[in-house]
Design a protein around this ligand. Sequence first.
Ligand code: GDP
Length: 434
Amino acid sequence: NPVVAVVGRPNVGKSTLFNRIAGERISIVEDTPGVTRDRIYAHGEWLGKHFNLIDTGGIELSDQPLLTQIREQAEVAIDEADVIIFVVDIENGVTDADEQVARILYRSDKPVVLAVNKVDNPERRSDIYDFYSLGLGEPYPVSSVHGVGMGDLLDAVIHRFPDNVANDEDDSIHFSFIGRPNVGKSSLVNAILGQNRVIVSNVAGTTRDAINTSFTTKDGQEFTMVDTAGIRKKGKIYENTERYALMRAMRAIDDSDVVCVVLNAEEGIREIDKHIAGYAHEAGCGVIIVVNKWDTLKEKDHRTMTDFTNLIRHEFQYLSYAPIIFVSAKTKQRLNQLPDLIEEVNAHHKRRVQSSVLNNVLMDAIAANPTPTTNGKRLRVYYGTQVATAPPTFVIFVNDPELMHFSYQRYLENQIRLAFDFSGTPIHLIKRQR
Ligand code: GDP
């Protein structure tokens, strides 16, 4: 999907506009317990065109002056987005900061749509002409609070989407490394490419600036490493911020069948690691936990790996299905096992099981642990069927969905997992009344 970034100085109403555009879609299907965060990424849709919306606000360069922060935000938008919505506000008119941002945006060749926010009163519409001086073309008056002007603004946005994005409909396995700064993503990218035969380097990705790299392993499986450009070319200030790491992670997740959540063995697990992993889980892709820098733990014994595994299982309870691999980009320890693991997880993610076998599993599960009764009413499970893959999704027909408590649903889910090997992929169970 194309990426739309919202930029602008503080208090112009970026978040309100962001929320307004994202609308209902902002509420995610499933909130991962223990993972709180503010939203910087959402899916949007207008006239049947889907896009990903990012809010570049709050790239936390706390030690930097405001203007530097705003400038960095604009740079992020230029690097990451296909279309930029530059938000200014009618109350303050054209400010110095606005002019700075406009100059940066103007120099890039990214399409920019200028939104003049807080035009709550139609009489002020004539004041928007001042904003032509920013040199970014027609200003679109909007009131994010009242939802006025959104249609024209979004028309202008989707009109500027690139029309010839490469389509990624090949059958190679798309995967990515995601994680906070310094866990070793770039090092892993380079190490993996060094160990395999790179067949195409720098293929255009699904969004305009994404760069994917394809390679084949010795046994001929083709892989595409998603969006490696951003992590290989480094050096900008904002690249060391957590928000940027999240933004990148979410973009990579979108284009991947399998994501490798990279942790740093030397530094342990931090809050941001959980946020990043939480997004991967919610997106429903295959997930592998890659513990990098395993070489830095000098005094390892037979307990070290078990202890680290237990810690991960405790901190990432929602990822109980994800396999864990301990590697070193530096010494290449176990790195050659990673492509096979990715291939395996990808196969599970796309696995389709036969209805007859699925129903045998369900009936056995119910025989072993009878369905619960609530207020004298017993849950009856009639049958189940797989309705989708990637991730595997099952519909279970019952007499009354209310009677299927979370714990029983979890039980059935686990039984399905045990019967078929779904390691590395989330599975979804939908209960439906028959
Ligand atoms: P990124 O920000 O996640 O892309 O991290 P980099 O790949 O830039 O790595 C950050 C730092 O960790 C660099 O100094 C790397 O040399 C170092 N590093 C990466 N992987 C390993 C590893 O497996 N072992 C050790 N000892 N250092 C590593």
